[in-house]
Ligand binder design. Structure first.
Ligand code: UD2
Length: 310
């Protein structure tokens, strides 16, 4: 990425700010960051915004005018989105507008500026509930929320635009990403940041459902690794699971975090959330084999880094 022109949307967000910090170390010629700070935080990238090679565009990713000032581009990393399943049920139009119109805005930009690769966040939500674990990319897709549906449409547009317009893209079906900088102040945030925050403050914790739902928790540094590998690959159209390859139930997670934080309370169990998936386990062989992805953190190692003991 040295000497290249790069755009990161959602660059002030959780995954985005980690990616931006990694890209800056590679000395790009120009780094554009689009983020309307709806869930991202300017404080995440305050030190980056001031750099001469960085242009921060505090605008909505779904507006064509947002990208008008960008005239030269090699790579797009498109991460800006409504990222919450419950929020997507509450706000299907906002989800549609941000996630679908935002994506098409990126496709048009990629076409106009002859971008080498569009790397974008898809989600394990495209799978919905599956019988076969771990889930391979070839599984029949069955999204169960407006959010999951919006990501499936992104993938289908990416496929179509590769055929119609020669736009090369790699979509990443993120499983449950965690790490430093994930907000804990929203009920829509990731369960690890919520549990960690509440345990550290001694506040009560709710488990939705029976706690036996399983997830693949993948550390954010590994997600950044995957995104960068995708940009540098020769793949013209790709879709990959991004996980750790290991699963944990919510009850197990609770116990691990309880021990780490010396929390003494028991959780209260509540009704499962709408659209909640019972089993979500990633098969990561495809991305390992095709992109040489090699996750460096399991849950315990990621948590140790998160709480600053690694
Ligand atoms: C994750 C992604 C989402 C989408 C989805 C695909 C996050 C934040 N969200 O949603 O973008 O890709 O996977 O299926 O990574 N829970 C509790 N108590 C709480 C909060 C959560 O029990 O206070 C449960 C929740 O009901 C779910 C599990 O913890 O069963 C994980 O929740 P999450 O919001 O971290 O992520 P998920 O899997 O719903």
């Amino acid at each position: 990425l040295k000497g290249k022109h790069i755009l990161v949307t959602g660059g002030a967000g959780f995954i985005g700010h980690h990616l931006v910090k990694t890209i800056i170390r590679e000395k790009p010629a120009k780094l554009y960051i689009i983020d309307n700070l709806s869930t991202g935080l300017q404080s995440n990238i305050e030190d980056i915004i001031g750099l001469p090679e960085v242009a921060f565009i505090n605008e909505d990713v779904a507006k064509p005018s947002t990208v008008e000032s960008i005239t030269d581009l090699d790579y797009i990393f498109h991460l800006a989105a409504v990222v919450s399943v419950p929020k997507s049920f509450e706000m299907p139009f906002l989800t549609h507008r941000t996630n679908e119109s935002g994506f098409i805005n990126m496709l048009e930009l990629a076409r106009k500026l002859k971008v080498k690769k569009l790397c974008y966040a898809s989600s394990s939500a495209v799978y919905g509930e599956q019988m076969q674990m771990p889930i391979q990319e070839t599984a029949t897709l069955n999204p169960q929320s407006p959010y999951g549906l919006s990501k499936l449409l992104n993938e289908q547009y990416a496929k179509a635009f590769q055929e119609w317009e020669d736009i090369e893209s790699v979509g990443f079906r993120f499983f449950n990403v965690f790490g430093p900088g994930q907000r804990a102040d929203s009920p829509y945030s990731g369960v690890i940041s919520i549990f960690m925050d509440r345990m550290q403050k001694g506040e009560p914790i709710q488990i939705f459902g029976d706690g036996e739902q399983i997830r693949d928790f993948v550390f954010v540094d590994d997600v950044v690794q995957a995104l960068l590998l995708g940009a540098q690959s020769e793949i013209t159209f790709g879709l990959y699971n991004v996980g750790s390859g290991q699963t944990t139930s919510l009850n197990e997670l609770y116990d691990v975090l309880k021990n780490l934080t010396k929390y003494s309370n028991d959780p209260t169990y509540q009704e499962a959330r709408k659209g909640d998936i019972k089993k979500s386990a990633a098969d990561i062989n495809l991305i390992k084999n095709q992109l040489n992805y090699n996750p460096k953190f399991n849950l315990k190692e990621g948590l140790a880094k998160l709480i600053g003991t690694a």
